[in-house]
Design a protein around this ligand. Structure first.
Ligand SMILES: [Mn+2]
Length: 371
């Protein structure tokens, strides 16, 4: 349950996919079910504590129902204790009313990490939280962790939210060696939606339920066991996500049977819980494009979401194809014109794609009428 950082281009992309996701009631429910799934993972791992590394909520003003149901679901998962860190989306400044409400309504097994004070997870293990003050994170929230004193011989576990510097182009501020600098046995990070290890002691679990096309796998959480002060953490991924957001490229050549290639490439399992963007890449004959369209249309209803992307496939048009539309007259003239426009390298790629798509439509239409 984390949300990615401040990259503007990515934010635009996020907005689109998020709108798409929010439109799926089954996905919204899966997102809620992340709470019992996390608890089940904790029980399997024998973990007493569940650390949520920020952006438990996408916004500082979630609807009363979303908030109430989240807290009720956490209450139902005692004896595990839930530790909630404010992230940038549910940050302290914008989320003042939110965190007041949570503190007022929270069941005993939900703890809010509103200030940076260290707290005992249990005897011998201190949690050092770094809550996010405001949405625009122009600073390193972990900067003060090194100065936090803990009793000798206790585990120091950092919990923070934000980007690591020089990581995938993110404008993050957390140094990748923060765990070492602050003498942390482990630093649990949120913000990045995918699962990512910065080092053995510094890791992003990613979102337990994915919400965009990017990471190409179902969401996971991390089971982290700390055998002792200074000892190497034992980190195990546990899948928690229901929905797979997948981008799939299908290589086509003129001799390829497009329907067979599609069948081979598409996932077989859990299609109802798969959101798919399919991109045919390469060349195909005009006749094959009709077969491909039919095959795509036939497969689409199996999936939670299915989007064919036709911007990377070129259609090979032969003289016979244009003859199949018409040998002369207005239709033939239109077809020849579209063929020319689709091949004209001086035109913008988007315009060429429109012309190619129009030619495919025209061809398909004539085949249908004549067939
Ligand atoms: Mn975030």
């Amino acid at each position: 349950m984390s949300e990615l950082g401040p990259d503007l281009c990515f934010a635009l992309f996020t907005a689109q996919t998020f709108t798409l996701a929010a439109a799926l009631p089954t996905w919204r429910e899966a997102r809620h079910q992340a709470i019992p799934r996390l608890a089940a993972a904790a029980r399997t791992a024998g973990a007493a504590h569940i650390l949520l590394a920020g952006d438990t909520f996408d916004t500082a003003t979630p609807s009363p129902g979303v908030l109430r149901h989240a807290l009720q679901a956490m209450a139902a998962e005692a004896p595990q204790t839930w530790w909630l860190l404010p992230g940038n989306h549910d940050n302290l400044a914008e989320g003042e009313a939110l965190w007041d409400r949570i503190e007022a309504d929270a069941p005993p097994n939900v703890r809010v990490l509103r200030d940076g004070a260290p707290g005992a997870l249990e005897a011998g293990a201190m949690l050092l939280p770094a809550p996010v003050e405001r949405r625009a994170m122009g600073y390193d929230p972990t900067a003060s962790l090194g100065a936090v004193a803990t009793p000798p011989g206790t585990l120091r576990i950092g919990l923070a939210h934000g980007g690591v510097t020089d990581f995938d182009g993110s404008a993050g501020h957390i140094p990748p060696d923060r765990a070492k600098r602050a003498a942390l046995d482990y630093l649990a990070l949120g913000d990045w939606h995918g699962r990512r290890a910065i080092g053995p002691r510094t890791q992003y679990s990613g979102s337990p339920e994915q919400d965009r096309f990017r990471h190409g796998r179902r969401g996971v959480c991390l089971s982290v066991a700390l055998p002792g002060v200074g000892a190497a953490p034992e980190v195990v991924e546990i899948e928690t996500g229901a929905f797979l957001w997948q981008d799939l490229d299908i290589a086509l050549r003129p001799e390829t049977d497009p329907a067979a290639a599609l069948t081979r490439a598409l996932p077989r399992e859990r299609r109802r819980e798969t959101l798919l963007r399919v991109r045919p890449v390469g060349w195909m004959r005009l006749a094959a494009s009709i077969e491909l369209s039919a095959a795509l249309a036939a497969e689409a209803p199996d999936f939670a979401y299915f989007e064919p992307r036709m911007d990377a496939i070129a259609t090979e048009v032969e003289a016979g194809d244009l003859d199949a539309i018409d040998r002369a007259g207005a239709l033939r003239h239109a077809a020849a014109q579209l063929h020319e426009e689709a091949a004209d390298q001086s035109r913008a790629a988007a315009d060429r794609a429109v012309a190619a798509a129009a030619l495919r439509r025209l061809y398909a239409y004539v085949q249908e009428v004549d067939g």
